[in-house]
Ligand binder design. Structure first.
Ligand code: B4P
Length: 188
């Protein structure tokens, strides 16, 4: 399974709930990058400049990290990818990685939330959590990058019959119920 949507749509929030409910690991590239930044690892030092500017981390770095993570034993019986893939090259890499493991994607959950709402959520998060990529300029840049590079991926997965669009407006619990309902349906 994977979960997509614009920055601030609630991917991370919902991914944790899905992971618990379906007993699979949630693999968030954003979280992995942030923990590397906090621990000042070589990867963290390398990716910080991209994240702080609202740009995507280069595909090679992101792909290597995901393939290492997917090779770990806890991902053998299923996983939820949160915020990956975000580019066409990441989609192709993921296809190859999963094919090599003899598996494939089943559900692609796309959280839909309008721009005004995501900007409101990210401003709130900026106050509460102080994330360096939640400043006004960076939020705007992240929206642009999403529209340019990630939104087109929805059509790719829709052509494969994997997309389930879920309304991301409402309480966390309301959205979680819709996500669980989508996951319980077979691919189209
Ligand atoms: P991510 O960590 O994926 O961050 P995000 O898009 O901001 O957050 P998300 O949609 O998960 O929102 P959340 O649940 O937190 O990426 C961060 C950066 O890492 C990217 O910009 C990029 O630079 C880099 N990166 C990550 N993956 C990459 C990749 N594959 N390739 C290249 N670069 C990559 O929710 C947002 C806020 O809304 C929270 O405060 C939450 O509490 C609130 N919220 C959630 N649900 C709500 C609801 N129903 N109602 C009200 N508020 C809600």
């Amino acid at each position: 399974m994977l979960i997509m949507g614009p920055p601030g749509a609630g991917k991370g929030t919902q991914a944790e709930l899905v992971a618990k409910r379906f007993s699979v690991p949630a693999i968030s590239t954003g979280d992995i990058f942030r923990s590397n930044i906090a621990a000042r690892t070589p990867l963290g030092v390398e990716v910080k400049k991209y994240i702080d500017a609202g740009e995507y981390v280069p595909d090679e770095l992101t792909n290597d990290l995901v393939s290492d993570r997917l090779a770990q034993p806890d991902a053998a019986d299923g996983f939820l990818l949160d915020g990956y893939p975000r580019t066409l090259s990441q989609v192709e890499f993921l296809d190859q990685t999963l094919a090599a493991q003899g598996t494939e994607l089943d559900h692609v959950i796309v959280l839909t939330v309008d721009v005004d709402e995501v900007v409101k959520r990210l401003h709130k998060r900026a106050v509460e959590e102080g994330r360096t990529d939640d400043s006004e300029d960076v939020i705007r840049r992240r929206q642009e990058v999403y529209l340019e590079q990630t939104a087109p991926l929805i059509a790719v997965y829709r052509d494969r019959g994997l997309v389930f669009e879920v309304d991301g407006l409402g309480s966390v619990e309301e959205v979680a119920a819709r996500v669980a309902d989508a996951i319980s349906q077979p691919p189209h």
